[in-house]
Design a binder for this molecule. Structure first.
Ligand code: UDP
Ligand code: MG
Length: 338
């Protein structure tokens, strides 16, 4: 039976953790009762260096309820890293992992639909918000701007999908093969490929506590997303350089034409042309150097260059990963290195 792990990063979530625990406890018990998931399924809270007593609560919850487990990070590493820590933790135990926020803004009833898609053979199931009615105008505006900006910058992401998703054990293991430090999970998950599906749900409001993503953090997050996945900003510099240089060439032609027509201001033509010409060449030069730096940057990430989904042989990659035999798992990890 499906061993499901719910991974939940918590940063200063003292105000919501009790209610969240109550709701998830009901949900998971319901799923176990209806035999949708195995009784060995768990909720894992990842404490991301909270300073408001969240960890103490997690400890007492896991002491009284066997369905809950806790992992404490040594300090605040940020949402994405906390999530990754949770995936690492769950990779050894779970058949499938669902990540979600501690404030349960994401409808937990979508879990059933996610499981159904998993059972149909999907390795990745994205939770996608159908509407954003309940977000404030500001949040909606900034969040949608964020997706559009990322798209423009060449980052392929699923529109209106945050970090509410199901990953199969196989997908988690392949994801852990992406060793980059600048982590932007929602940009990397689509890179995995595999059969995937989307599940739509309505996002509610945070029932207590405050958002841990104020505007400053969101802008930083957007920047992180762009710079960790795309070298398009560098390309924009190259294009700008090229454009400036073209402008200087056009100006030169105009000035020469004006010279023959007798319209001249002494010194002006040569100055303007060289400002645009040199400026353009400099930008172009920076852009070209940038292209190489961009390449080096992507190389240093040592991302897997391919992921095999299936082979026609008897032992498919999938059955290797699903088997609990440790040696076969090690082998599949080794093969990613080359
Ligand atoms: N979070 C975290 N570390 C951080 C910031 C946030 O683990 O440094 C967690 C937080 O506890 C929550 C999730 O990330 O579970 C999303 O945060 P929040 O709900 O505040 O974001 P919003 O929904 O407002 O975008
Ligand atoms: Mg939230």
């Amino acid at each position: 039976m499906l061993k499901l792990y719910l991974v939940i990063p918590c940063y200063n979530e003292n105000a919501v953790i009790d209610e969240t625990t109550k709701r998830l406890n009901e949900k998971l018990n319901g799923l176990i009762r209806s035999k949708a998931v195995s009784p060995a399924s768990r909720v894992v809270y990842i404490d991301d260096g909270s300073t408001d007593g969240t960890w103490e609560k997690i400890e007492s919850i896991s002491a009284t309820n066997g369905l809950f487990e806790g992992v404490k990070l040594s300090r605040n590493y940020g949402h994405q890293n906390a999530l990754l820590a949770g995936l690492h933790y769950a990779a050894d135990h779970a058949d499938a992992v669902i990540s979600m926020d501690a404030d349960l803004q994401d409808d937990i009833d979508a879990i059933d639909k996610m499981i159904a898609e998993y059972q149909k053979g999907c390795e990745v199931v994205y939770g996608v918000r159908s509407k954003r009615k309940k977000d404030s105008f500001f949040k909606r505006f900034t969040a949608q701007g964020f997706y559009k900006l990322l798209r423009f910058m060449g980052v392929e992401i699923v529109f209106n999908h945050a970090d509410y998703r199901l990953l199969s054990n196989r997908a988690v293991k392949e994801l852990l093969g992406f060793k980059e430090v600048n982590l932007f999970l929602r940009g990397i998950v689509p890179m995995l490929g595999f059969k995937s599906a989307k599940v739509y749900y309505e996002r509610g409001e945070r029932f207590a506590g405050e958002s841990k993503y104020p505007l400053k953090k969101m802008l930083f997050f957007a920047l992180q997303g762009i710079t960790s996945l795309s070298v398009k900003p560098i390309r924009l510099i190259t294009i700008m350089g090229l454009l400036c240089f073209l402008v200087s060439m056009v100006l030169l032609i105009v000035f020469i034409a004006q010279y023959f027509m007798g319209i001249t201001v002494s010194g002006w033509a040569s100055m303007i042309t060289s400002i645009w010409g040199l400026g353009g060449l400099q930008l172009l030069g920076i852009g070209i150097i940038g292209e190489y730096i961009g390449k080096i940057y992507l190389e240093t990430k040592k991302r897997p260059r391919f992921i095999i989904e299936k082979t026609t042989g008897e032992t498919t990659e999938a059955s290797m990963c699903k088997s609990v035999d440790k040696s076969s798992v090690d082998q599949s990890e080794d093969s990613q290195l080359f």
